[in-house]
Design a protein around this ligand. Structure first.
Ligand SMILES: Nc1nc2c(c(=O)[nH]1)N=C([C@H](O)[C@@H](O)CO)CN2
Length: 121
């Protein structure tokens, strides 16, 4: 399988375990790898034959603006479910970082893989 990428996407959302975190928006940083076969899109030079990274980036921004979770785990799991369902993505790897959450760390967060990744024939 080939991959369509979105890297270092900033997503504003209400997220956190603590009371003070539920009164404000914080910025998460997201890396996403999505498996697909890019050959049909390349053959026709047509964006409607592939995973449109611009449209998916907008969907992620909308998800962040409309959802509220305590854990980055929950955000990652629900977002992965949503994207796989809406865009028929067979496999994805999602890395979600919460910069500044632990001041001594460069970033903290989670990385998940969901679905089945097949070899390109
Ligand atoms: N594994 C996790 N640990 C923690 C989370 C989280 O989402 N997943 N969240 C917090 C707090 O919200 C923290 O980010 C506030 O600075 C603590 N640990």
């Amino acid at each position: 399988m080939d991959l369509v990428l979105i890297e270092a996407l900033k997503v504003d959302t209400v997220i956190g375990v603590y009371d003070w975190e539920r009164t404000m928006t914080q910025t998460l940083v997201l890396d996403l790898e999505m498996a697909t076969d890019i050959r049909p899109a390349a053959a026709r030079d047509a964006v409607d034959e592939t995973l449109d990274y611009a449209a998916i980036s907008e969907r992620i921004a909308d998800f962040g603006a409309t959802q509220r979770f305590e854990l980055v785990e929950t955000f990652a799991e629900r977002l992965a479910e949503t994207l796989r369902h809406e865009y028929a993505i067979p496999w994805l790897r999602l890395t979600l970082r919460k910069p500044g959450a632990v001041p001594a760390a460069g970033a903290v967060g989670v990385r998940i893989e969901r679905g089945t990744r097949e070899e390109t024939p």
